[in-house]
Design a protein around this ligand. Structure first.
Ligand code: CP
Ligand code: NVA
Length: 306
């Protein structure tokens, strides 16, 4: 049993095994209408400090598909670190359930939960990373191109949580990662240094740019995310002044490879970071990507319980 806290914690082989299992479980359900009860009678507690649609519903349905169940614990209920210390919450909840998924503001909170919990803890998004999203992204790219090796993936926008996990999974699995972000909205330098090590091992590249047009040249995948992440709402106005040159619109998509697909972790702020024409256009894979959250996470959950 182990935790799923960061892409960085797993070897390329382990990540590939999880993706292979995701493909298998997705196929099994499509062909047979059901999965094997791999998590029979297992209970997942889902602790949320922030709102969610995809993470909540995909984990809950994923558990049901494999004979288990999930329990939603909303932001007002636990008061993680406020009503009760994180160490106490972790030790109490671990006595009731088999796994914990947590969506937190500070990454340190999910690390603390994992430290004090004696059941596996899955990171459902922190201010630092979003590894479950990256697994679904990799699955979506794999389904499109049959591999991640040598695929050119460009992220356009804020260099925060989603970008960091995407960069790490690209570097681990051999995809070339490019980011085009406004100055001052870089990925943390330490995460790039880690990524460079993984990229060297897989023979891929990481390229850091401050121009969206330059960044999407030769892109097979264009990826974007909200300009203002949850918890940064007071910066909305400031960010809306800086990010418009990084909007994913038809002109930007036409500067990439013809076969380019467009991804977004969602929720999308339409006609801000992505236009309707792109989100609903022929290159968009936004909804298969969202649905792949469930398939990828089922594999993560099974691996965590092995
Ligand atoms: N992409 C994602 O994590 O969506 P939710 O915030 O709706 O869970
Ligand atoms: N960067 C976004 C991702 C949401 C899934 C946020 O943190 O709000």
């Amino acid at each position: 049993m182990q935790d799923f806290l960061a892409i960085a914690d797993f070897t390329p082989k382990e990540l590939q095994e999880m993706l292979d299992l995701a493909v298998e479980l997705k196929k099994e359900r499509a062909e047979k209408g059901a999965n094997r009860p791999l998590l029979k009678d297992k209970k997942l507690a889902m602790i949320f400090q922030k709102p969610s649609l995809r993470t909540r519903v995909s984990f809950e349905r994923g558990m049901e598909h494999m004979g288990g169940s999930a329990m939603y614990i909303g932001p007002a209920e636990v008061g993680l670190g406020k009503r009760e210390s994180i160490a106490d919450v972790a030790r109490v909840v671990a006595g009731y359930v088999d796994m914990v998924m947590a969506r937190v503001f500070e990454h340190d909170h999910v690390l603390k939960l994992a430290k004090w919990s004696n059941v596996p803890v899955v990171n459902g998004l922190s201010d630092y990373n979003h590894p479950c999203q990256a697994m679904a992204d990799a699955l979506t790219i794999y389904e499109e191109f049959g591999t991640l090796k040598d695929i050119n993936i460009t992220y356009v926008g804020d260099g925060n949580n989603v970008a960091v996990s995407l960069m790490h999974i690209c570097a681990k699995l051999g995809a070339n990662f490019t980011i085009g972000n406004p100055e001052g909205y870089d990925m943390p330098a330490s995460t790039v240094e880690e990524g460079q090590i993984y990229a060297k091992e897989s023979g891929s590249t990481i390229t850091l740019l401050n121009d969206a047009q330059d960044a999407v040249k030769n892109a097979d995948v264009i990826y974007t995310d909200t300009w203002t992440s949850m918890g940064q709402e007071e910066e909305t106005k400031k960010r809306e002044a800086v990010f418009p040159p990084f909007q994913v619109n038809d002109a930007l998509v036409s500067a990439a490879n013809d076969r380019v697909i467009v991804l977004h972790c969602l929720p999308a702020h339409r006609n801000h970071e992505i236009t309707d024409s792109v989100a609903d256009g022929p290159h968009s894979r936004l909804f298969p990507q969202a649905h792949n959250r469930m398939h990828a996470q089922k594999a993560v959950l099974v691996k965590m319980m092995e």
